[in-house]
Design a protein around this ligand. Structure first.
Ligand SMILES: [Fe+2]
Ligand SMILES: [Fe+2]
Length: 294
């Protein structure tokens, strides 16, 4: 954590978020009603959110394959959450008692506690109904941030958390009210969305603080950061397209299908929709893709 000491202490006004975390505190271990099984004709993920939605590849599937795809993509989505949370949470744990983070450490305690609970209920869903988690996919090499200064690398840690949480939240907020889903799937998405709205608010604040520090020290680094973040956005979208989920849904040629789906115009439009909120935030604070030097 030597690099952390080169960073100015992070001071943010988190009173409101901390109060919300306290008053909204719940017991995840008792609050859900886990049915023994889910009705066989119900999707586990909204059909509109599957990686084939809007393409002819979806229409070519049998109804049985379509339902199976919603199931295995739900297991993939929750697995991504579990692995993503674990990696990012371990970064936060390492920092919680560093001087730089002393002023935000109260909120970080809430963050870690809540993420631990999220891992638990996502894994419950996957194991109870899918019988497994998908293994973690290779992460975008952190090494690709090696050329950046310590403060920029520090910023990247929190930027990854923020980007990941914002993408997940797009899915959660949609599924929280999707009446075609079984109640347990809706509930998990709803509860997660509630906690994540605080995490996203915090994430944006800490990101802006660290970006401000980068801009003060070396504004020339900003285009490099913007490039890293744009790559991370693309990488994150790619992880939603898991060939193992296609295989489990009984769809042949999983790898070729993944390539075709990722490039399909309907999917590119869908990706833009998923990333819209994050991209406009990055642009607003001066780290959007338009500042990348080509
Ligand atoms: Fe979470
Ligand atoms: Fe979170």
């Amino acid at each position: 954590m030597a690099a952390v000491r080169e960073i100015e202490p992070i001071v943010l006004d988190l009173n409101r978020l901390e109060q919300m975390a306290e008053s909204g505190y719940y017991n995840p271990y008792t609050m859900f009603d886990w049915p023994d099984s889910i009705e066989p004709d119900k999707p586990w993920m909204s059909e509109n959110l599957t990686t084939l939605a809007g393409t002819p590849m979806w229409d070519e599937l049998t109804r049985e394959q379509q339902i199976a795809l919603t199931r295995w993509e739900a297991v993939n989505f929750f697995s991504l959450n579990i692995h993503g949370i674990r990696e990012l949470m371990s970064e936060v744990v390492m920092r919680i008692h560093e001087k730089t983070y002393a002023h935000v450490s109260e909120f970080l305690h809430h963050f870690i506690g809540e993420e631990n609970e999220h891992m638990w209920f996502f894994a419950q869903f996957c194991l109870r109904y899918g019988g497994k988690l998908y293994p973690a996919q290779p992460t975008l090499k952190v090494a690709s941030a090696d050329h950046l200064s310590p403060v920029a690398r520090e910023m990247i840690v929190f930027a990854r958390i923020l980007i990941f949480e914002e993408i997940v939240d797009y899915y959660n907020s949609y599924m929280a009210t999707d009446q075609t889903l079984p109640p347990i799937a809706r509930e998990i998405n709803r509860v997660h969305h509630q906690d994540e709205s605080r995490h996203v608010a915090f994430g944006r604040m800490i990101f802006q603080n660290l970006l401000g520090q980068v801009m003060k020290r070396d504004p020339d680094e900003v285009p490099l950061i913007a490039e890293y973040l744009e790559n991370y956005l693309q990488y994150s979208i790619g992880t939603l397209y898991n060939p193992a989920a296609y295989r489990d849904a009984g769809i042949p040629d999983a790898l070729a299908l993944r390539r075709r789906a990722l490039e399909h115009p309907a999917r590119i439009e869908a990706h833009d929709k998923i990333l819209k909120r994050t991209r406009s935030f990055l642009s607003k604070v001066g780290a959007g893709r338009e500042v990348i030097r080509r």
